[in-house]
Design a protein around this ligand. Structure first.
Ligand SMILES: Cc1cc2nc3c(=O)[nH]c(=O)nc-3n(C[C@H](O)[C@H](O)[C@H](O)COP(=O)(O)OP(=O)(O)OC[C@H]3O[C@@H](n4cnc5c(N)ncnc54)[C@H](O)[C@@H]3O)c2cc1C
Length: 362
């Protein structure tokens, strides 16, 4: 339909303006594509708003797999990703290369940590043993009773995903990407020479489309190609405490519990995982459990109530969907589950590279 070349650019639509859709949109717009991003709500308002913002292969990866390799690679890209966004948006982004402490409160827990660290070392994820004495000296807020030891992961980091998506939105606009909010894509018809997007009001034609609609991705109907692979929301609760700066200098993990503190003072504790569809109601029992788990790791939190609680829908799918779907005109970028903030840079790079490689056909 459209030839590549100056003044006659390939038109790409992106369904979904979370961190994934925005990161892809920015990369494509910078490469000269004519990008339109559609969001059924507001951009960056769903899982990408809710995410804690850990960039932590040390907490997530201990077996070799395609996704673990992507996670490690994406973590390496993050410093430059944030720096470029800060420069282009002229906005500061809270990004802390703070590392993560993982603590054990029994010999069994410690043994499990040591064994996992050995497996991780083979993947290039480094950590070092930490004694209870180290913890008491460098992490004085952490519970001492029963502490058996821990591991420190120097390469784990955190970012504030709300600041990141805000900067991404600005940069997309600066690169002339069009952003349409409250604009739900209902269906995509994939033809030989174009794709047709259907919304409630009519149709629009593009050269290619990327589905990056998180947990909602397979609600979009498709024609001309097989149905999209399933996506499922896995709800997660987080709680936040306003605390003095430096209350929690690194990520702290204990089993499924984690704590981290943003530059604005908000100390976040997580998390939970529930398969309850798109139910947005906060569950007080789950909040109470998080309060108790956070207070176990940092006893001073037992004396204070969280200042906020929120939920988000992690986009789960059988596997991470990253690439074309039965046509050079349709691309999938969903299923990032617990790691979409971490995986944003590598996702954008991979999808943009594949579309660029196929652009002769578009
Ligand atoms: C509690 C919690 C903690 C988390 N912590 C971390 C963490 O520490 N580190 C990490 O890396 N990841 C974390 N995650 C996961 C991470 O937040 C997600 O993987 C990531 O945000 C997914 O980004 P996305 O852009 O795919 O989805 P989303 O941010 O959900 O964006 C999808 C967008 O698509 C839009 N949309 C949906 N359907 C349509 C349609 N038909 N038409 C147009 N628009 C549509 C939605 O409105 C939405 O804005 C966490 C998630 C949760 C819930």
């Amino acid at each position: 339909m459209t030839q590549t070349g100056p003044g006659n650019r390939v038109k790409i639509a992106i369904a979904g303006g979370g961190i994934i859709g925005l990161s892809i949109g920015r990369k494509l717009a910078q490469s000269g594509f004519q990008v339109s991003i559609f969001d059924q709500s507001v951009v960056g308002g769903e899982a990408s708003w809710a995410g804690a913002g850990m960039l932590a292969p040390g907490g997530e990866v201990d077996e070799p797999s395609a996704v673990s390799a992507l996670a490690i690679e994406s973590r390496r890209m993050y410093g430059d990703f944030v720096r470029e966004l800060e420069e282009a948006s002229e906005l500061p982004i809270d990004y802390q290369e703070c590392g993560a402490l993982e603590v054990a409160y029994s010999e069994d827990e410690l043994c499990a940590l040591e064994q996992r660290a050995e497996r991780q070392e083979r993947l290039g994820i480094h950590s070092k043993r930490i004694t209870p004495g180290h913890v008491m000296t460098f992490w004085p807020r952490i519970r001492r009773e029963g502490l058996a030891g821990g591991r420190f992961y120097p390469d784990d980091a955190i970012v504030n995903p709300r600041e990141l998506t805000h900067a991404l939105t600005l940069v997309c606009r600066k690169c002339s990407a069009a952003i349409y909010e409250h604009f739900r894509i209902e269906a995509i018809q994939v033809a030989e020479d174009e794709v047709i997007l259907e919304d409630a009001c009519g149709t629009q034609r593009f050269d290619a489309v990327v589905v990056a609609a998180g947990a909602w991705s397979n609600q979009i109907g498709v024609g001309g190609v097989p149905a999209l692979p399933a996506a499922e929301p896995v709800r997660g609760h987080l709680i936040g405490y306003q605390q003095p700066e430096q209350t929690c200098n690194t990520i702290v993990r204990h089993g499924p519990t984690y704590l981290l503190q943003r530059g604005n003072g908000l100390l976040i504790a997580g998390s939970s995982a529930e398969r309850v569809g798109f139910d947005r109601e906060l569950n007080p029992f789950i909040e109470a459990d998080l309060v108790s788990r956070a207070g176990f790791v940092m006893p001073h939190l037992e004396e204070t109530a969280p200042s906020e609680s929120w939920i988000g829908f992690r986009p789960a799918s059988e596997e991470l969907r990253l690439g074309s779907w039965h046509s050079p005109r349709l691309y999938l970028a969903y299923g990032h589950f617990r790691n979409g903030i971490l995986l944003a840079p590598i996702t954008a790079e991979r999808i943009a590279a594949e579309i660029s490689a196929n652009s002769e056909m578009l």
